[in-house]
Design a protein around this ligand. Structure first.
Ligand code: ADP
Length: 480
């Protein structure tokens, strides 16, 4: 059983549909597993408006899955596409998935998200069963697919094709658990005899994350430090006791990034290419970013950068508390992100008040993100918690040195100055003062060109590829 047949069931996957790091993982990990010789199929909803825009060639299959849910018989055609050598199956249900956004608009999450994802989980299992009897692993991701292991073990335990498949459930972010009123249980065909606190009941409500934790054969999360943190009351989001109960099947495997797609030596989004040992292009990228953002063009001025969802998780309040001070010290700041309206409002106001020193782009832009990773000197990640974090990996890949809170994957992936091989700077406390002290430590070194160039080189040289992590996942699959 050297070569495994693995099914990924996920609510988003790059390059077809992405809101954040989850899609980066479900896009890149299957590729890395494929390179190890395994066969991977990704099943996801057919977000027609988004996926058709991605330029992928979508073809219908002959399969239509019939599914009763909430009193309606639904006909769910399956579509397929093939992107970068990988097979995708897409579940069509236009009234549920063909919307402008994946999970919700700026007005908040879609109200029918439980219906959308439980239906998807049920159809995805039927689709997996159609793929034949050689499926070894069904790998589920986050609350949207939390019901899959439960459905598999209660409704497919005799199915000739998939009953024997082992399930892996990956927690990408414990803060989003998929909690909904219990009245939906019978409407959506969720096995009601498991509605108890040992399974997916959470204070009389449905908790999809709990279903995945309880019924999967193994649980992973996206960094070793986060795997430990979520067993504590500080990071456990009220599930720490439940997770402690399942701790023997919990491991942490750090994420990687697609080092080919994110390569300053070949990136077409950035104005000049560069690499370790050929750094001149990075100076041009900095000047071009300053020009684009209408900041003063100055090679010496520290250019601080941030690319992120503007959620409270990301410690944006710690940034906001420091902005005036840092601009007074003469630093520049470029921020790309969207999210909590109050964060967007405050960042806009600061940028408007200091147009020659600060630039804020409110929105999502892959191209601008690359320009910022390449042009910046220092990448800020003051996260309150960070399961893995990809921003810091991308920043290091582009020689943009991170200043980050020591939590989750930020602890595991950034070597803190002055340790040997330092690639960035940590701070510990969740306070503006600690963040400021962390930044000042970095600025002191930034002003010593030789020392800075060593840290930047270490960051540029860091191997953040998926290869090592894909090996860890493959080993885990084989153990199952
Ligand atoms: P999370 O998944 O919690 O949002 P990660 O650091 O794991 O955070 O991943 C964030 C990913 O989303 C990175 O690829 C980052 O570059 C990207 N990203 C976040 N905000 C934006 C934005 N406004 N524009 C472009 N890319 C963004």
């Amino acid at each position: 059983m050297d070569k495994l047949h693995i099914i990924f069931i996920a609510s988003e996957a790059a390059p077809l549909a992405k809101t954040g790091g989850l899609a980066d993982v479900t896009g890149a990990l299957p590729q890395a597993l494929r390179q190890l010789g395994h066969h991977v199929t990704v099943i996801m909803p057919f977000y027609r408006l988004i996926i058709e825009n991605s330029g992928a060639q979508i073809n219908p299959t002959e399969h239509i899955i019939e599914m009763w849910t909430d009193g309606i018989q639904r006909h769910c055609p399956l579509h397929k596409t093939h992107v970068n050598g990988l097979d995708y199956l897409l579940v069509e249900q236009d009234d549920l998935y063909a919307r402008d956004a994946i999970y919700g608009s700026s007005g908040g999450a879609y109200e029918d998200n439980l219906l959308r994802y439980v239906l998807f989980d049920r159809v995805a299992l039927e689709a997996a069963a159609l793929l034949g009897s050689k499926i070894n692993i069904i790998h589920c991701h986050d609350w949207q697919t939390g019901m899959v292991p439960l459905l598999l073990k209660t409704q497919y335990q005799h199915h000739p094709n998939i009953a024997h498949a082992k399930t892996v459930f990956t927690i990408h972010n414990l803060a989003y658990q998929g909690i909904f009123p219990s009245e939906w249980i019978s409407r959506l065909g969720i096995p009601s005899h498991h509605f108890n606190p040992q399974s997916f009941e959470f204070h009389h409500q449905i908790n999809c994350m709990k279903a995945g934790i309880h019924m999967s054969d193994t649980i992973t999360t996206v960094s070793p430090t986060y795997a430990k943190e979520i067993l504590t009351s500080e990071y456990g989001c009220a599930l720490e006791g439940f997770l402690q109960h399942h701790a023997d099947k919990l491991t942490g495997i750090v994420n990687g990034i697609d080092m080919d797609a994110l390569d300053p030596a070949t990136d077409t989004h950035i104005p000049a290419n560069y690499a370790f040992g050929r750094i001149a292009g990075k100076k041009k990228c900095k000047a071009a970013l300053q020009e684009l953002c209408k900041l003063e063009i100055s090679a010496k001025t520290p250019l601080l950068t941030l690319v992120s969802r503007l959620a409270d998780q990301k410690g944006i309040d710690l940034l906001l508390a420091n902005i005036e001070k840092w601009l007074m010290r003469g630093y520049q700041l470029v921020v790309l992100g969207s999210g909590e309206p109050h964060n967007e409002r405050l960042l806009s106001a600061f940028a408007k008040a200091h147009p020659t020193q600060m630039y804020f782009h409110c929105g999502f832009s892959e191209a601008l993100a690359h320009k910022i990773y390449a042009g910046g000197d220092i990448f800020l990640m003051p996260s309150r918690f960070e399961p893995c974090g990809l921003g810091q990996l991308m920043a290091m890949r582009y020689g943009n040195v991170p200043v980050a809170r020591a939590t989750g994957g930020l602890s595991d992936t950034i070597v803190n100055y002055p340790e040997k091989g330092a690639t960035g700077f940590h701070f510990s406390e969740t306070t503006p003062e600690a963040f400021d002290a962390g930044l000042e430590k970095a600025i002191t070194i930034y002003q010593q060109a030789r020392k800075w160039s060593i840290i930047r080189s270490n960051a540029l040289k860091r191997d953040s590829s998926w290869a090592a992590s894909a090996h860890s996942y493959a080993t885990l699959y084989k153990q199952l």
